[in-house]
Design a binder for this molecule. Structure first.
Ligand code: DOR
Ligand code: ZN
Ligand code: ZN
Length: 424
C-alpha cells in the first residue's frame, strides 16, 4: 500500500469519541483514518488529544487601515498559536469592507500574510451591491449600534432593500444586536457604568427588530451578552447564536478596568452564569472570540474615552479546554461549538476529523494547563483581559497537513487561503 504523505497519530476525536488512531493526510485533506498507517512524514503524539482545528467565526484583524492595533500576520499567528486554524474577519476596517474592491484588496493582504485560512465578511450599508459581494464574502455583517468603525446603519429601514437581497443569496447575516436608539450616553467611569448605558433591553430589542426586518435571512446573532435575551434565541428557526469567552468568564466585578470595556458590555455575575448554563444546555451554536485588539496606549485613556473591544483569538480554545478539563463543559460540546458548528453554518469542509475534510488539526495535552500572560501572546496589542487565568494551549497545530506550530513555536510559513471560492 502506498504511504500517506503525512500521518498524525494520537488520541483523536473521531465521530464523537476519542480513539487511539492515525490520521492519514494527502493533498491537504484527511484521506484515511486507521489504527495503523505509514506515512512519508509521521508525527506521533502519545497520550495527547488530536482535535479538529478551531474556527473563530468572529475576529477583527484590523487590516487594512488600523494596523497599529493588529494586522493579518500578527492576528493569524496569534490564532494559530491558540489552535484556531480558520478565522472570519469583520468588515469594520479602513476602508470598511462594503465594496467588491475593498473585499478583494483585503483578500490580497490576507493571502500575503495569513498563516491560517480565512473568510471575509462584507458590511451591510445602504446602496451596497449584495449579489456581487455574496459571491466572494463568507457572510454579511450588520451593525445595529455604534462601536469601533463607521458601519452603524442609520436604521433597519434604510437597508431594507439590501436585507431583502441577502436572503436569497443563502449567505449568513451576522448581527451586532444592540438598539442604538435605546443606548444611553451618560459619562462612564467603570464597567458597571458601561453596562448601564447598554442595557440588556437594548440587546433584546435589537434581536426582536432584526427578526422582523430580515425575515428571509439566515440570521446569526453575534456575542449574546445577557440572560434576558436567551428566550429570544433558543430554538428559533433560521437563526444561529454565538457567545464569547469574555461574556462567559468576565463580569462587571472583574478588576480589569478599560480592558473589559467591550460592546455588547460585560454584565453582572448572574448574566454570566446564565450564559454558562445556556452553553451546557446547548443553546449556543458557536463560541467565537470577537478578537478586537486596541493598543495599550488607547486602553490607558480615561474610561469614557477608551475604545471598546479586547483580543481573544489565541485564548479562545485554551480557556474553553481548561473548562473541559475542569468538567464544566463536555469535550464534545466544546468541539461542536468551536469546530463543527461554525463549519456547518458557513458551509466549510472543516471542523471534523473525517476523510474528505481539510487536515487542520490541533494537538493538546490536557494535563498541561498554563497561566495566560498577555506578554506571551502573539497579538500586536500585547495584553489580555484574561491575565492570570488558566488555559490549555496546543502543543502542535497543522494546517492542510502542514505543521505550523510545534511546542508553541512557528514551524512553517504556510499561507492561509480564502475559504470562499474565488472567481478566476
Ligand atoms: O467592543 C467591540 N469592539 N464591539 C464591536 O462590535 C466592535 C469591536 C471592535 O472592532 O473594536
Ligand atoms: Zn459586535
Ligand atoms: Zn466584533
Amino acid at each position: 500500500m502506498k504511504n500517506m504523505e503525512v500521518v498524525v497519530e494520537g488520541n483523536c476525536y473521531v465521530s464523537g469519541r476519542l480513539e487511539r488512531c492515525c490520521v492519514g493526510i494527502d493533498n491537504g485533506r484527511i484521506s484515511k483514518i486507521a489504527k495503523v498507517l505509514d506515512g512519508d512524514k509521521v508525527y506521533q503524539y502519545d497520550g495527547k488529544l488530536v482535535l479538529p482545528g478551531a474556527i473563530d467565526a468572529h475576529v477583527h484583524f484590523r487590516d487594512p487601515g488600523l494596523t497599529a492595533k493588529e494586522d493579518f500576520g500578527t492576528g493569524s499567528l496569534s490564532a494559530a498559536c491558540g489552535g484556531v486554524t480558520c478565522v472570519f474577519d469583520m468588515p469594520n476596517t479602513k476602508p470598511p469592507t462594503t465594496t467588491l474592491s475593498a473585499l478583494r484588496e483585503k483578500r490580497r493582504l490576507a493571502e500575503s500574510k495569513s498563516l491560517v485560512d480565512f473568510g471575509l465578511f462584507a458590511g451591510v450599508r445602504p446602496g451596497m451591491d449584495v449579489p456581487s459581494l455574496a459571491k466572494e464574502a463568507v457572510g454579511f455583517k450588520l451593525y445595529m449600534a455604534s462601536t469601533t468603525g463607521e458601519l452603524l446603519v442609520p436604521s433597519l429601514d434604510a437597508v431594507k432593500d439590501e436585507l431583502a437581497a441577502i436572503g436569497p443569496t443563502g449567505k449568513v447575516l451576522a448581527v451586532h444586536a444592540e438598539n442604538e436608539s435605546m443606548r444611553k450616553k451618560d459619562a462612564e467611569e467603570s464597567l458597571e457604568d458601561h453596562m448601564k448605558n447598554r442595557s440588556a433591553d437594548c440587546e433584546s430589542s435589537a434581536i426582536r427588530k432584526v427578526r422582523g426586518a430580515a425575515k428571509n435571512c439566515r440570521l446569526h446573532i453575534c456575542h449574546l451578552s445577557s440572560k434576558a435575551s436567551l428566550p429570544l434565541v433558543t430554538n428559533v428557526p433560521n437563526m444561529t447564536v454565538e457567545v464569547t469567552p469574555h461574556h462567559l468568564l468576565l463580569d462587571t466585578a472583574s478588576k480589569i478596568g478599560t480592558l473589559g470595556k467591550v460592546n455588547p458590555p460585560l454584565r453582572r455575575r448572574e448574566d454570566r452564569q446564565g450564559l454558562f448554563q445556556a452553553v451546557k444546555d446547548g443553546v449556543f451554536d458557536n463560541i467565537a472570540s470577537d478578537h478586537a485588539p486596541h493598543t495599550v496606549e488607547e486602553k490607558e485613556e480615561d474610561f469614557d474615552y477608551a475604545p471598546t473591544g479586547m483580543p481573544g483569538v489565541e485564548t479562545l480554545l485554551p480557556l474553553m479546554l481548561h473548562h473541559v478539563r475542569e468538567r464544566h463543559i463536555d469535550l464534545g460540546a466544546a468541539v461542536r461549538m468551536m469546530c463543527e458548528r461554525p463549519a456547518e453554518i458557513f458551509g466549510l469542509n472543516k471542523g471534523k476529523i473525517e476523510p474528505g475534510y481539510d487536515a487542520d488539526l490541533v494537538v493538546v495535552d490536557m494535563q498541561a494547563a498554563g497561566v495566560i500572560r498577555g506578554s506571551a501572546l502573539h497579538s500586536k496589542c500585547g495584553w489580555t483581559a484574561f491575565e492570570g487565568m488558566l488555559g490549555i494551549f496546543p502543543k502542535a497545530v497543522f494546517l492542510g497537513g502542514a505543521s505550523v506550530i510545534e511546542s508553541g513555536n512557528q514551524t512553517g510559513d504556510h499561507r492561509g487561503r480564502d475559504v470562499v471560492g474565488q472567481p478566476a
